[in-house]
Design a protein around this ligand. Structure first.
Ligand code: GLU
Length: 419
């Protein structure tokens, strides 16, 4: 039987156990998700037919606070995937010292095949099905792959309707007009950018002579590409689920984004006159992108992109994981042996949940922050925790991933005796 994603995720934790000061109780209590809910969501389709979708919400651990994590809409969503994602959320929130446990949700669906009204009925139906399982002090939702502020708005509204009171704090990543936070939409990319900027000098590099390849051009990957381009990095390759493009001297990222936004397909930039004329670029596949000889590789799409099968082909010097779980536990030692430095997901993509935390705080206090306040607080938090993880890695001569788990475990261990 194929190894589950969750057991593979747990293997990342095993490497950290001997460096963390935690009791057997903590380790035992983190072995399984605390609660897993599977629901069937009936949705009336536009043609009058009824269709039932499978949905999940998993709370992995809440020793440090209410569960926190996004909701993913994707055809490959499964209970195993949602459990793994909730596991990573647990360690992400602890690594960043956010007062949350870890949770995650998902619906097995191709949202691109639904109309807007079908998507709304599905999102509201999901909340009808899980309403007793979530809450502002129990488990808080947020966006993830193929969900956005609009979907979060419907979800918060539906929950408030069920509870007969406005419950802003049950969902983060909401539209600004409905209690959302400034800076939440760009937060994942911003957080990754701040850490990359802080790390780069440690490797004696400057943006101008640093080449970057990014897999995934959604909210996180696309925004990060733009931030790096603006800061002077040479972004030589980007891709989406259809494929990618490469230009030796760097792509013109604002043009690529404009085409992607107007056509919804990266493929469109291949042959559209103007961009083809601006940059001289080649077409490449996702596996080819991962094997490029670049200074920085950024997987920003889905899990299990670098495995024991293709890890040998990776040629980057540094990898920053913006996706959750893009590198399997079997691939990690192969990359390590090649001298490739991996900066792990539970640190690098934590900007999203960090600003979700700021949003939740703003909802509870009723005082709203400026974009400067959000970004300054995000920057401080990301760099501070990254430095602490860097110190742990260098004290024990262990990879950054293991160090991030040690850092998170120490905090989880402090909370366990009271839970
Ligand atoms: N889905 C994002 C993640 O994987 C954000 C979660 C949140 O904001 O709660 O970290």
């Amino acid at each position: 039987m194929a190894d589950s994603l969750l057991s593979d995720a747990a293997r990342q934790l095993e490497r950290a156990l001997k460096y963390a000061s935690v009791s057997e109780d903590t380790i035992e209590s983190l072995k399984f998700p605390k609660a897993s809910l599977t629901v069937s969501i009936p949705v009336r389709m536009d043609d009058g037919s009824l269709k039932v979708f499978q949905g999940y919400r998993v709370r992995y651990d809440d020793a440090r606070g209410p569960g926190k994590g996004g909701v993913r809409y994707h055809p490959n969503v499964s209970l195993d995937e949602v459990q793994s994602l909730s596991f990573w959320m647990t360690f992400k929130c602890a690594a960043l010292n956010l007062p949350f446990g870890g949770a995650k949700g998902g619906i097995t669906v191709n949202p691109k095949a639904l109309s807007r009204l079908e998507l709304e009925r599905l999102s509201r139906g999901y909340i009808d099905a899980i309403a007793d399982f979530i809450g502002p002090d129990v488990d808080i939702l947020a966006p993830d792959v193929y969900t956005n502020a609009m979907v979060m708005g419907w979800m918060m509204d539906q929950y408030s309707t069920i509870k007969r009171q406005i419950s802003l704090g049950v969902v983060t990543g909401k539209p600004i007009a409905m209690g959302g936070s400034l800076g939440r939409e760009t937060a994942t990319a911003m957080g990754a950018f701040y850490v990359i900027e802080a790390i780069l000098p440690k490797f004696d590099r400057v943006p101008q002579n640093t080449t970057v390849a990014i897999q995934g051009f959604g909210n996180a990957g696309g925004t990060l590409a733009a931030l790096l381009f603006r800061a002077g990095y040479k972004v030589v390759a980007v891709s989406d689920s259809q494929g990618g493009i490469y230009a030796k001297n760097g792509l013109d990222i604002p043009s690529v984004r404009q085409f992607k936004d107007s056509t919804r397909a990266m493929k469109a930039v291949y042959c559209e006159g103007t961009v083809c004329n601006i940059v001289d670029h080649e077409v490449l596949t996702n596996p080819e992108l991962l094997a490029l000889d670049v200074d920085i590789l950024i997987p920003a799409a889905l899990e299990k992109q670098i495995t024991e099968v293709n890890a040998h082909e990776v040629n980057a010097k540094l990898i920053f994981e913006v996706a959750n779980g893009p590198i399997t536990s079997a691939a990690d030692p192969i990359l390590e042996a090649k001298g490739i430095y991996v900066f792990p997901d539970i640190l690098i993509n934590a900007g999203g949940v960090t600003v979700s935390y700021f949003e939740w705080v703003q909802n509870r206090s009723g005082m709203y922050w400026t974009i400067e306040e959000v970004n300054q607080s995000l920057r401080r938090k990301m760099i501070d925790e990254a430095e602490q993880i860097w110190t742990i890695a260098h004290t024990h001569s262990i990879p950054m991933r293991t160090a991030a788990y040690v850092h998170a475990l120490n905090r989880l261990g402090e909370a366990t005796p009271y839970g």
